[in-house]
Design a protein around this ligand. Structure first.
Ligand SMILES: [Zn+2]
Length: 416
């Protein structure tokens, strides 16, 4: 016989302060990957409207406790399913018809409610000050975001800071947050909502502040505090253009305080590193940037000077006696400098048939040829068997050897 499951009673809608509730198990579903429980009523808010679900535990009469890790609502049937983490040996502990105790993860609920109620307050602040519309809301792991639409116009820093200030003033005013339920859309239309109600069936309208001239009023299914003061704090981290709108990143309550504390710690360590305070940190960073640019310029000049000197030394040696094979070692400059030096030498009329320039610190051997030897093939043939890596073209190749000994053996093999 097929189970007939009734719509789940959404207890969190009637009593948002309830953190522990009894519920009767109506069904236990298992698809081989996860186990889901359906109960007659639930204290757990399911993922929806931009707000992540509650988590927590379900405790059986004999004291077995299982974790609720995900809660989802089937919008058509109104049935809410709770995904649980359960050891296969313990599945018998749960039975259809059993009354269990549902316990919320209270910290998670509080943070979600701070963020969610905060979103109403901040959106209301933007709309009151500058009009526009909220076209998106997302609660992420790192930030909460809203997308404010101003017909393609970008918000300025001053505007965003003004909205942040007004939002915090609304928190400090400790305004009431009223949740009103209407049987249908028509009856809900008496409310001064900031956007038209489009949902069917029972409608929940959330109003911040005075019902006659609210700070914010919108249809919403999330969890809310009774007064704005409980949000504690709203902090905007950044804002940026996004798909023709303005994406505002912010945090509320506990998370806002945590982010301020960690940013403060970071700022202090940067200030210590620059021996600066808030007033002169940027100035001291500018000075360091300038010094770094000067050093980089000096370094480029010195490298060029060194290459020129080495070019003169090596070509004078080669002019005296042009060998078939020439090798040299370097420690001061980078392999890239040696590459430039090698190509310059091979342009000279006294260039050898084959040349190996070794960068000692990295055990890198750069090979150059006048065309009579194939550098890439030599690396393949001799370097790999010695544990080296690399390759290249017939006129130039690079071998990265594992150690000094392998470098010596590779060079010896080139003389054969
Ligand atoms: Zn809401």
């Amino acid at each position: 016989m097929q189970e007939v499951i009734m719509t789940t009673e959404k207890y969190y809608q009637h009593d948002v302060d309830c953190h522990e509730l009894n519920g009767r198990i109506e069904a236990i579903q298992n698809d081989g990957k996860s186990t889901r429980i359906i109960m007659d009523r639930t204290v757990f808010f399911p993922t929806g409207g931009g707000q992540p679900c509650d988590t927590g535990t379900i405790v059986t009469p004999d004291g077995t406790s299982v974790s609720v890790v995900d809660v989802q609502e089937d919008k058509e049937s109104g049935i809410i399913s709770h995904t649980i983490e359960i050891d296969p040996s313990e599945t018998d502990a749960l039975q259809v018809g059993m009354t269990v105790t549902q316990k919320l993860n209270e910290d998670r609920r509080r943070v979600n409610t701070q963020r969610h109620t905060g979103e109403h307050i901040l959106t209301g602040a933007f709309i009151q000050l500058f009009g526009g519309a909220n076209k998106g809301f997302h609660m992420g792991g790192e930030y909460v975001t809203i997308d404010m639409d101003y017909d393609g116009k970008k918000l300025t820093e001053e505007q965003v800071r003004a909205a942040e200030k007004l939002a915090n003033e609304v928190i400090w005013a400790n305004l009431p947050v009223t949740v009103s339920t209407f049987p249908n859309r028509e009856e809900a239309s008496v409310m001064p909502t900031r956007k038209p109600v489009t949902q069917d069936g029972e409608i929940t309208i959330v109003t911040i502040g005075d019902l006659a001239s609210p700070h914010d009023c919108v249809a919403c299914c999330g969890t809310h505090f009774h007064r704005t003061g409980e949000v504690g704090l709203i902090r905007i981290h950044k804002f940026e253009p996004n798909k023709g709108m303005n994406r505002i990143y912010f945090e509320c309550g506990d998370r806002a305080l945590e982010s301020m504390q960690s940013d403060d710690t970071l700022l202090r360590s940067v200030q210590e590193r620059f021996s600066a305070g808030s007033h002169d940190l940027l100035q001291k960073m500018d000075i360091r940037d300038e010094k770094e640019a000067e050093l980089r310029q000096d370094c480029t000049g010195l490298r060029q000077y060194y290459r020129d000197r080495e070019m003169a030394r090596i070509t004078s040696l080669l002019h005296r006696d042009t060998p078939d094979f020439y090798q040299d070692s370097f420690t001061l400059v980078s392999p890239d400098d040696l590459l430039k030096l090698g190509f310059a030498i091979m342009e000279d009329e006294a260039a050898p048939a084959l040349m190996a320039l070794v960068h000692r610190p990295s055990h890198t051997v750069l090979l150059f040829s006048d065309g009579s030897r194939n550098c890439g093939a030599l690396v393949k043939e001799h370097a790999k068997s010695l544990g080296g890596r690399g390759g290249g073209r017939p006129d130039q190749a690079r071998a990265l050897m594992p150690n000094e000994d392998a470098v010596e053996k590779f060079i010896e093999s080139l003389k054969e």
